[in-house]
Design a binder for this molecule. Structure first.
Ligand SMILES: [Zn+2]
Length: 315
C-alpha cells in the first residue's frame, strides 16, 4: 500500500514537472508535446474517493473475466455524443463544422476507416483492430465564460462553477470543449467514476480537423485517445517505466513517445520489442497514431457487456 502511494506521488510529481516544462515554452500557446491529464485526474479522484479504487478493481476483474471467456460484443454499439462548448473568445466558440469534423474522426478511427490505417506496419497487421463502435452527435450546448483556462479539476462540468453539467451521462458521452491550459490537450474520466463528472474534456484548439484545430494535434486524435481512456484503456506504457496497460497484444513500452518516431523504435524493456508507437494510446503527434489493437478492442468492448460499467449505453 505504501509502495503504491509512493509511486502515485512520484507520478504526480512527474506530471507536474512535465507541465512546468511545457509552460515555459517560448510561444505561450504552442504545445510541443502531447499532454493528457487522465491519469493525474484519476489519482486525484482516488484520493478524494477511497471507494473508487475498489470499484475500478471490480471493473478490472470483470474485464479480465470477459476477455478470458471471449464474450466480446460484436453487435454494433452507437454512442450518442453531447458536446458542451465553453467560450470566452470567439475562437473558443468553435463552429458546428469543427465539432462535426471531430465526430467524423472518431467514427473513422473506431471503425478502421481512417485513411492512414494502411500505414500500420506488417509486424502489427495481425493485431490491428476495427473496434466497431460508432458515434452520433446529438446536441451542442454553448455557454459564455470569463475564465481564460479551466484546468483539470472538472469545473467545466459543474454549473455552479461556470461550467455545463453533463446531459444524461449514463446514456450519452459528454464532451467538453474549452481551454484547459497547463500544456494539457485533454483528459477523460475512466469507467467507475462519478456520473456527474463523466465524459471527456478536449482543449478546443485540439478538437477536430478544421477551424481552430492546431498542428501537430489537428487531426482529431486527442479525442480518439481520450475516448479510449473513457472506454477503460490505459496509456500504452502503463504510466510507469516498462509498465502494463493490461492489454496482452501491445508491446511493453519503456515510456511515452512523442513527435512521430521513426519505425522501428525498439523498447529498452525486457526482450526489446518494437514499440507500437502508432497506437492511439501513446503520446505521439496526431499524424503519428492510427491504430487500436485487438486486445484494446476487447478491453473497450467489455465495459459495454451486460454487467459492464457502461452497459447502460447499449440500446
Ligand atoms: Zn491519455
Amino acid at each position: 500500500m505504501k509502495k503504491i502511494l509512493l509511486s502515485a506521488v512520484a507520478l504526480l510529481m512527474l506530471f507536474s514537472c512535465q507541465n512546468d516544462t511545457t509552460e515555459i515554452t517560448p510561444e505561450a500557446n504552442a504545445i510541443a508535446k502531447r499532454g493528457c491529464a487522465s491519469q493525474e485526474v484519476l489519482l486525484a479522484q482516488m484520493k478524494a474517493d477511497p471507494k473508487l479504487a475498489l470499484r475500478m478493481n471490480e471493473i478490472e476483474a470483470f474485464t479480465q473475466k470477459s476477455i478470458a471467456s471471449a464474450r466480446i460484443v460484436n453487435g454494433k454499439i452507437q454512442i450518442p455524443v453531447v458536446v458542451n462548448v465553453l467560450y470566452r473568445t470567439t475562437a473558443e466558440n468553435i463552429s458546428l463544422s469543427q465539432i462535426r469534423s471531430q465526430i467524423d474522426v472518431l467514427n473513422k478511427d473506431f471503425n478502421a476507416t481512417n485513411s492512414d490505417f494502411n500505414k500500420v506496419p506488417s509486424l502489427f497487421s495481425g493485431v490491428k483492430a476495427n473496434v466497431g463502435i460508432s458515434f452520433v452527435l446529438e446536441a451542442v450546448y454553448r455557454k459564455a465564460t470569463t475564465k481564460t483556462s479551466w484546468g483539470t479539476n472538472n469545473a467545466m462540468k459543474i454549473a455552479s462553477q461556470g461550467g455545463i453539467a453533463p446531459t444524461s451521462p449514463t446514456t450519452k458521452m459528454n464532451l467538453w470543449a474549452c481551454t484547459i491550459g497547463g500544456g494539457i490537450l485533454g483528459y477523460a474520466q475512466f469507467p467507475g467514476g462519478s456520473s456527474s463528472t463523466d465524459g471527456v474534456v478536449i482543449d478546443s484548439k485540439y478538437l477536430g480537423t478544421t477551424g481552430t484545430a492546431t498542428y501537430p494535434f489537428n487531426l482529431g486524435r486527442t479525442a480518439t485517445h481520450e475516448v479510449g481512456h473513457w472506454m477503460n484503456l490505459r496509456h500504452i506504457w502503463g504510466d510507469a517505466t516498462c509498465g502494463s496497460d493490461f492489454v496482452s497484444d501491445t508491446p511493453t513500452h519503456n515510456a511515452a513517445n512523442s513527435g512521430v518516431p521513426a519505425y522501428p523504435h525498439y523498447s529498452t524493456c525486457s526482450g526489446n520489442p518494437v514499440e507500437m508507437t502508432m497506437n492511439y494510446m501513446d503520446y505521439t503527434d496526431d499524424r503519428g497514431m492510427y491504430m487500436f489493437s485487438n486486445g484494446q478492442k476487447s478491453r473497450m468492448s467489455a465495459v459495454f457487456l451486460s454487467g459492464g460499467s457502461r452497459a447502460s449505453f447499449r440500446l
